[in-house]
Design a protein around this ligand. Structure first.
Ligand code: SF4
Length: 317
């Protein structure tokens, strides 16, 4: 129930004017639910030459899994060690094992089945999340994911980053919007929830281009979205471009305005899992203001309040 009288947004019980993942999970499970990031090191086809070499220019050596467990440990050991860290903050709740680093459908189906079943067997498990590339979704693994989706709360997270192929090409994504749509459709055909990741602030993307990404995604049948800020991380190709002055990162003001504009375009039911990312403090080169994650989130809340706006107010249907 909405207890903030001046907040018109229906999927909120606080000052949030967008459909947060926390609100969704609490409404669905009735208690705190924690995602436990894991790293099984299946690699990535954009690094091993299958799709490309060198990976996406913004991707760190951790394959976008800076906070995941240690890949040298088995799944249960990783789960226990990350859970122990989380339990320092929240003493109890349910857990969603989250295969985060790399492309977690990039292996033979029997290996995937074993991984996913091991993760689902942990105590107090509420479901499973799996991050991957859309071009690592096949008929075969989509059928396996569909089977798991029948039994538990499963979400497959697809990294898209942008609908603009020219940006994806410049970032060496080796992956187009059409590739994303193909993977998305295979998953939906099998009844699997899809979460999409996007990045704001990619080199040479304008404000209008970022809004267009939100607009095109607003027409799909997505379960959730993660909105990230471009982080320039050490030892990446992006860091070299940045040091050569080839692009500038967004200011906090620009980022907040962009995210609020995107939130207005997205359908109100769509769950927004993130409105900014966590950059690994020791790895981050720019923008350093992003380390103040709660400040960024507060600014987004304040801006939506100032506009008296909320998620979906400009959704075109
Ligand atoms: S597809 Fe993901 S894991 Fe692979 S290089 Fe790109 S960001 Fe890194």
């Amino acid at each position: 129930m909405n207890t903030i009288t001046d907040n018109p947004f229906e999927f909120s019980h606080d000052n949030k004017r967008y459909h947060t993942y926390n609100y969704y999970l609490r409404s669905r499970f009735g208690k705190k639910v924690m995602k436990i990031p894991l790293n099984v090191d299946l690699g990535c086809p954009n690094r091993d030459g299958t799709k490309g070499i060198g990976g996406c220019k913004f991707c760190s050596a951790y394959l976008s899994g800076e906070f995941a467990g240690d890949p040298c440990d088995d799944i249960r050991t990783q789960f226990e060690s990350v859970r122990a860290r989380m339990n320092e903050k929240w003493s109890e709740g349910l857990y969603i094992p989250y295969f985060q680093a790399g492309s977690n459908t990039y292996a033979p189906v029997e290996r995937l089945r074993e991984m996913y079943e091991t993760a689902l067997s942990v105590e107090n498990c509420a479901g499973l999340s799996i991050a991957t590339r859309a071009d690592c979704i096949s008929e075969e693994n989509a059928a396996l994911l569909g089977e798991i989706a029948q039994k538990t709360y499963l979400t497959v997270e697809l990294g898209l980053q942008t609908v603009h192929d020219e940006t994806a090409l410049a970032m060496n994504r080796c992956h187009t919007f059409a590739d994303f749509l193909k993977g998305y459709e295979l998953l939906r055909k099998n009844g699997v929830n899809v979460c999409v990741h996007i990045i704001n602030g990619l080199p040479h993307e304008t404000h209008d281009m970022m809004l267009e990404t939100a607009r095109q995604l607003s027409r799909l049948d997505l379960h959730s979205i993660k909105i990230h800020l471009l982080h320039v991380l050490k030892d990446t190709e992006l860091a070299q471009m940045y040091s050569r002055g080839e692009f500038e990162t967004l200011s906090m003001r620009e980022y907040v305005d962009t995210v609020c504009d995107q939130i207005e375009l997205l359908p109100k039911e769509l769950i927004i899992q993130r409105v900014t990312g966590d950059g690994a403090r020791n790895e981050l080169i720019a923008p350093l203001w992003s380390l103040k994650k709660f400040c960024v989130m507060n600014e987004i809340d304040k801006e939506l309040g100032r506009r008296n706006s909320y998620q979906g107010i400009k959704f075109a249907g």
